[in-house]
Design a protein around this ligand. Structure first.
Ligand SMILES: [Zn+2]
Length: 371
């Protein structure tokens, strides 16, 4: 009876609960129904800075590879939301390292619009802005986006001419911590080609120089897809010394959007040279990669609204934890009564079973000693 009850409880009491997406407290902006282009992003950032001159500053933090070759005129833009008063920390949101992951840009632009809409109207946004300047870099790979839009929707890398008939470096394998570890990504034709050296690409250089000038306490880098929240290390399966903190951050954010949580190095293969490892190792940031998207299609315009809305609350929670506004340690307040009852019931039934077993084993042994 007791033996039957344990698996029964495991099946019923511990079946995965339906994940409820948690909405933020502030007003939600209208979500776009089509994806941005480079040009439409530039004009949207200009319009937003005109509409919020005291809150928002848009600057160029670097140029793309094609621009450095005189082939295009594209910048990497950082939109900074800042309110007056005191020394503040920095929080960074990045999108579209990878050219085909269009939804990742939309999440960052929507977050920016959420903050602008709610600044002065929502206590959580105001508490975050009182402690930090928020930086939004929605488009790390502008050449790649334009190439993916106009030529090849599966394109991933930037558009560097590798000089051997191949093009492109994977910007998220080009960062300078453990770059190319184990010989990773050495082939120019590889979709994950690491480049000729650490930070060989103007786009990753721009992020490096920006982050060194404004070291973020939290960095959320949006990719797509699969509904994961990932944290360092990426170059190895071994945990960082801050595994407890980073994994708890990830779980607290994932509780708001239902994503799964994983250390990056425990994905299908290790990924040396990504932004998270460098930000963590060099600056001590708490960096996370979000693999956003309802499915594995990063270019499904019908899903933009749901994806961008579902990722506001996790970003707020991450910011709050990094700024000391929210507890990231295990919190009994988050344990539901149903889960407590289930744990207690399993504990009680298991105890009865194990005591019973212990007594049987002891009796059997006694019997054996006196045959
Ligand atoms: Zn990606």
């Amino acid at each position: 009876m007791a033996i039957l009850a344990v698996p029964l409880l495991l099946l019923t009491g511990f079946s995965a609960p339906a994940v409820a997406v948690i909405s933020p407290t502030g007003r939600l902006p209208t979500a776009p129904t089509t994806f941005h282009t480079y040009a439409s992003l530039v004009s949207e950032l200009q319009n937003l800075s005109r509409a919020h001159p005291s809150l928002l500053t848009v600057t160029s933090i670097g140029s793309s590879w094609e621009t450095t070759q005189g082939l295009a005129n594209r910048s990497l833009f950082a939109a900074e939301v800042r309110v007056p008063g005191g020394t503040k920390k920095d929080v960074l949101f990045m999108g579209l390292h990878h050219a085909e992951e269009w939804i990742s840009l939309e999440v960052v632009v929507y977050l920016l619009r959420y903050v602008l809409l709610n600044a002065g109207n929502d206590s959580r946004v105001d508490a975050i802005l009182a402690r930090a300047n928020l930086w939004f870099v929605p488009l790390v790979n502008p050449d790649g986006l334009e190439y993916a839009r106009l030529n090849d929707s599966t394109w991933r890398k930037n558009r560097r001419d590798n000089g051997d008939g191949t093009f492109g470096v994977d910007l998220n394998r080009n960062y300078g911590y453990m770059w190319g570890d184990g010989g990773f990504g050495a082939s120019t034709s590889d979709r994950e080609y690491r480049g000729t050296g650490p930070f060989s690409e103007p786009e990753s250089q721009a992020i490096r120089d920006f982050a060194l000038a404004h070291p973020p306490v939290l960095s959320l880098s949006y990719h797509s897809a699969g509904q994961w929240i990932l944290y360092p290390w990426s170059y190895t399966r071994l945990p960082t010394p801050d595994d407890d903190r980073l994994s708890n951050f990830a779980v607290e954010m994932a509780d708001a959007n239902g994503y799964q949580v994983l250390q990056e190095g425990r994905a299908t293969h290790v990924n040396p040279g990504n932004s998270d490892d460098w930000l963590y190792a060099t600056l001590g940031a708490a960096p996370f990669t979000f693999e956003v998207g309802l499915d594995f299609n990063s270019q499904n315009a019908n899903s933009i609204g749901a994806v961008v809305r579902n990722n506001v609350e996790p970003a707020l929670r991450g910011s709050e934890m990094a700024l000391g506004l929210r507890n990231w340690r295990f919190d009994m307040g988050r344990v539901t009564p149903a889960a407590l009852i289930a744990v207690a019931a399993v504990g009680a039934v298991s105890s009865v079973y194990f005591v019973h077993r212990w007594r049987r084993v002891r009796r059997d042994n006694s019997a054996l000693r006196t045959p």
